[in-house]
Write a protein that binds this ligand. Sequence first.
Ligand code: ADP
Ligand code: MG
Length: 737
Amino acid sequence: MSKNKSSESVKVVVRCRPLNRKEESNGPVGGILQMDLRLGQVVLRNPRAPPSEPQKTFTFDAVYDANSKQRDLYDESVRPLIDSVLAGFNGTIFAYGQTGTGKTYTMQGAWMDPEKRGVIPNAFDHIFTHISRSQSDKQYLVRASYLEIYREEVRDLLDPNHANARALDLRESPETGVYVRDLTSCVCKSVKEIEEVMNVGNQARAVGATDMNEHSSRSHALFLITVECSQPGPDGRKHIRVGRLNLVDLAGSERQAKTGVRGERLKEAAKINLSLSALGNVISALADGRSGHVPYRDSKLTRLLQDSLGGNARTVMVATLGPAPQHYDETLTTLRYANRAKNIQNQPRVNEDPKDALLREFQREIARLRAQLNHRQGRSKHKKEDGDGEGWERDGDEDTEGDEEVEKEAQEYVKQEEQRLEREKEAIREDQFMLAEEKQRLLGEKERMMGDLRKEQEATEQLTAKYKAMESKLLVGGKNIMDHTNEQQKMLEIKRQEIAEQSRTEREMQQQMLVQDEETLELRETFTSLQQEVEAKTKKLKKLYAKLQCIKTEIQDVNDEHVRSRQELEQTQNELTRELKFKYLIIENFIPPEEKNKIMNRLTFDPEEDQWKFQPLVPAERSFSQMKKRPASAVGYKRPISQYARVAIAMGAHSRYRAENIMFLELDMTPPTTASLDRSSEAELNRSPSLDNSPTKDRARRVRKSRSWCQAPKTITTSSSNMSLAACHTATPAAAQ
Ligand code: ADP
Ligand code: MG
């Protein structure tokens, strides 16, 4: 991909977790990772290689060792990204690494411990603190969604019916890119509310964990936050900026052989590995920059991250590592992935005034409700002033205090009106000169007027409630949320951010200097003697030779890796082929060919959803015309019915054929005949005691049985023939009932 002005690379940071208890108990082997925090470098030692083998060095935007704090990672590497989301960019943070290396710890952490809160809770605080401190001419709308990708199916974690909900479809639009159709999104007004949303989603995942054993780490989880901000521009009109933030906790990138999984688990792992290897392929294709085709469509995960990788987004990848020597291979793979991802170029841009901004819809709806309310209140006021000619109009942007006053006034007016009507009613009742009929009519009229007044008041109240509910969802800068931090804390926060910023720029400069040093070293060299030149060049040769060796081992490693992943894919393929053969076997042996053909003819492949689908039996436009007319004789019944049957229904069923009047009679079996036994010789019988089960005997039994039916007593035959006749008559009504 060509670098252009607005493009910037994916930020990659690496984090190593401390040795856990089990690893510590394995002995004082020490870690295989060394981290240079100032330079942003990781040095990986191969525990199996001889000490002479050069170690592998990788450089990243930042590295965090086992002692790193959650807060450090957030302030240095995540805060700038959230800031740009608040400014209207798309942003993505995803954690990638082997199972148990701290992806979930980094993304979520321990919520209760302020020191251990991960990226997600810190981002919540950050977003709402920013809104509370922004200017009051800004309006915000914050929405959250939570989904997981489990076995290549997208599931909504906020759907109350999560367990039975069907998988959601992915769609693409030029405005928003790839999105999930029908995904629940909740408007959140505070940190508490958005945490609640997260909890609800996590519980849906937790249910899976008990049902399906360790489900949580076997699915990819995406928490999506959309922040829409409206602000008056220099042209005086309100402009909306929409920032979308994806917080992604991927499933572990473990190897199947290592986890020793089989059957269902293996298929699950294959699906996880499929999406992760698809992610790897996408990263490789993008980093390579030469291949025109990027295989985003290979998995749901890569499609959802399409914008984040090589598209309109700013992206931070946190690669998590474990320090234990037994995981050397996985650690190296993760580092390679991360190293490749550094080369991905994104083209982030501010999403300004998109057509589908929900905030715009909210503003329109609020304005409409307000206009309706104004109209109603204006009408009552107009009535009150009894047509003194002055129109009553309000500017749409008056504040709520004015609203409350007007509301009070309106209530006052209704009360006065009611009292007036009451008084008039009283006067009519007490008027002795009026005719009773006239009195009744006037009283009725007043009653109706009062009813109208009440109805109108109710409608206004409903409208007001709706208006207030809508308005409360919009957060106004510095108004809806109170910022409880005091000045000192604020200063502290700012200082901490400054320090983070400084250490970031320092690291960048160090890295740049290192690169420049290498380049300029040879230019500056001047030699005074031939001997000196030989020495210098030998030194350089040695250095370059070491580099060459490094690259050679690198190539060997990559080849090994390639072979390994190929073996894994082959294993998965074998497993799936076996499954397919099994399904074929069932289809071939148990489904009649004509049924199979019928089904096959109805199947079509939907490339958009990457699924086979059944065509409906009756085309949608025809089904209505076919279904709509029922025959006249069927009206009121389940199916068309004869005149006779209708009469029979009206008369009631014949008592003779009610279920309780039908007796169950054991068939009188004739005593066993010995005819077939007589035919077989006794010698044969003695020789084979298993003759009882022989086909001959079986046949004899069958003959005997059928004869017993033929020999049924005469009375039963007649009654059964009667019954069948009568049944013919009554069958239809009985069935119709
Ligand atoms: P993953 O999500 O990658 O499978 P987890 O986040 O669940 O792994 O981490 C596994 C364990 O390691 C957890 O008990 C977690 O508390 C611990 N852990 C991970 N990273 C760190 C860290 N940086 N500091 C302290 N403990 C950590
Ligand atoms: Mg996890």
